[in-house]
Design a protein. Structure first.
Length: 263
């Protein structure tokens, strides 16, 4: 695992965007196969998406040969609802880049058979050749995607019942009314994410500091599902100084020194 520490959210977000763009271009240089990119929603990746859009408009990157799979979607929330993850992705990324619409994959939270939809999603990822890079965030309790505490680290895409803490945090997107937040969501599993060739997690602000400390310095445990990243050969967490606040001084120095040595 690597931890990239930047002074603030803006700098870390830009680092992530350029890292993703570099990965897309690196694969394009050696093969015609599409780059398979996993994506997240929520406030955390918005600046990263904005920088990717800027790079596209500046002619620095193209998404014509990129296939995407989103991490999750609410159950029974209309696609056109402004807080659906379909709406989010088009608003903050897809409507502004040259990705073919047929290359976009987002779970259907209104499918008649939700588990069949989840199973088909896993098969679609496999058919695409697996995810090259999965971009994600982390909840305040250390959950990855909607894999809430005590989720199996071997889990696959499935329907999840959201915890009260997650509902409370997400209520800010629903007029601060917890009763308006869908109680269930479809989510890729921990193992689905870890099957990716590379995983990049973003975490910003002091509210994420405890989760980062547990995921980086604590044991690998289903209580903090992000901690499973410890077992990934190419896992990176990009954070700001506030999110680094609970790390031990020597841990902080170690990751700073590693990055400096690799320049």
């Amino acid at each position: 695992m690597k931890v990239i520490i930047r002074d603030n959210q803006h700098e870390a977000s830009l680092w992530a965007a350029h890292h993703i763009a570099d990965a897309i271009k690196a694969k394009a240089a050696v093969t015609d196969k599409p780059f398979v990119l996993g994506l997240a929603t929520g406030s955390t990746p918005i600046e990263t998406y904005a920088e990717l859009i800027r790079m596209y408009k500046a002619g620095e990157i193209s998404f014509k040969n990129v296939v995407t799979f989103n991490m999750d979607e609410y159950v029974a929330l209309p696609v056109e609802h402004p807080e659906s993850y379909h709406s989010f992705m088009y608003k903050y990324l897809f409507d502004h880049i040259d990705i073919p619409r047929e290359n976009i994959h987002i779970l259907d939270g209104n499918a008649k058979d939700l588990q069949a939809e989840c199973d088909a999603y896993e098969k679609a990822i496999a058919a695409a050749g697996g995810v090259d890079l999965f971009l994600g965030g982390v909840g305040e309790d250390g959950h990855l995607a909607f894999n809430e505490p005590f989720s199996s680290l071997q889990s696959r895409t499935r329907v999840m019942t959201l915890t009260y803490d997650t509902l409370l945090v997400n209520s800010r997107f629903f007029d601060n009314d917890i009763n308006k937040v869908p109680k269930q969501a479809m989510s890729v599993g921990v193992a689905t994410v870890l099957d990716s060739k590379e995983v990049l997690i973003l975490a910003f602000g002091h509210k994420k500091a405890r989760a980062i400390q547990q995921a980086v310095e604590g044991p690998m445990t289903h209580v903090v599902t992000l901690s499973a990243l410890q077992n990934h050969p190419c896992g990176t967490i990009a954070i700001d100084e506030l999110a680094a606040g609970e790390l031990k001084v020597n841990t902080y120095k170690y990751f700073k020194q590693i990055e400096e040595a690799e320049k």
